[in-house]
Write a protein that binds this ligand. Sequence first.
Ligand code: ATP
Ligand code: MG
Length: 248
Amino acid sequence: MTEVDVPASHPRSESLRRRHRIEAGVEAGITSRQGLIAQGRGEAFDYLLGERTIPSADAAERAAAAHLLRADHAVLSVNGNVAALAPAETVELADATGAALEVNLFDRTDERVAHIADHLRDHGAEAVLGAGADDRVPGIDHERATVDADGIGSADVVLVPLEDGDRAEALAEMGTTPLVVDLNPLSRSARAAAVPIVDNLVRALPNVTAHARELGEASDAELDGIVEDFDARDALDAAEAAIRSGDE
Ligand code: ATP
Ligand code: MG
């Protein structure tokens, strides 16, 4: 079944289309097979959240926008699921905030890095980092430690969607502010984040972009205020409560 074959009337058509995008990503050499498992976990949490952006996630998306706008050197980290699910939305967020794009993979191969970079360029990206691989995040012993010295290696703020907890923690450890998109409020990545966004990536990225555009003229003091008013713990608690109760 191709993307266009899912009838819009199907009650789960959106979810099926996303599933298909991940499948196509695996076939195109963009997404790893592990990515299929991550997608399934994400779907389960999204179902429990009611497949909507809850108010605490919207507040996190606004705080993430403020972080990206006031950063000196912000980077959006892109893995195989992000590239398959939301390539155009990722490029748009980079445009709206001036953040750099860097491919960073758990199952890193040079070929997959190149495929993803090409895919992002097909969706309008200009520079895509990640092939340089000339630096490492200390404290991680797998391939996700490999980064570009002029990208994540020297960033002050990094958006790490669908991340494993190790790296979000290691980034925080090296003084980088990690912003995480993860539908599971109990995951280590969400817990290690300065800003945990408990929302589906496909809703989160456009909403961070919308907030960034809206805050485009905001003063530094206003951005600082948004960052300071945000409480990561409260956001995680609100997301967990929404999942458990089915209410906001
Ligand atoms: P840790 O607990 O250390 O953070 P993990 O076991 O959660 O690691 P993965 O399985 O790689 O590591 O994580 C994938 C995460 O991404 C899961 O929590 C899943 O809910 C989330 N996820 C998957 N798809 C999406 C999506 N489209 N949007 C947001 N989150 C997603
Ligand atoms: Mg996780």
